[in-house]
Design a protein around this ligand. Structure first.
Ligand SMILES: [Zn+2]
Length: 97
């Protein structure tokens, strides 16, 4: 089972505060995958589990929108789209609205 905690470790290690981050999200991709993106000092730190092949990876990439990353194992394109809208929607769902 892939460990999903690299970004969390980095936050702890560098003592990154929410206000230091340009963007931070964690979301599910289909039923089996997930992706976490933390943008810090212009660099996107990405951690994902590919929904297609189950591959786990932590990597960094230049931050730009719309943001997407390719699974290094199967080539599936993992997209993080409509960021703000989805974040709001997820918050609402979390609050039960
Ligand atoms: Zn894959």
């Amino acid at each position: 089972m892939a460990k999903f905690g690299k970004i969390q470790e980095m936050i702890k290690e560098k003592n990154i505060q929410p206000s230091d981050c340009e963007y931070h999200t964690q979301r599910k991709l289909d039923k089996t995958g997930k992706i976490r993106v933390l943008v810090y000092e212009g660099i996107a730190h990405v951690e994902y589990i590919c929904p297609k092949c189950g591959h786990y990876e932590y990597t960094t990439k230049e931050w730009k929108r719309p943001f997407s990353i390719k699974c290094s194992n199967c080539g599936e394109r993992l997209k993080v789209q409509k960021l703000r809208y989805l974040v709001k929607k997820e918050q609402k769902e979390a609050e039960g609205k």
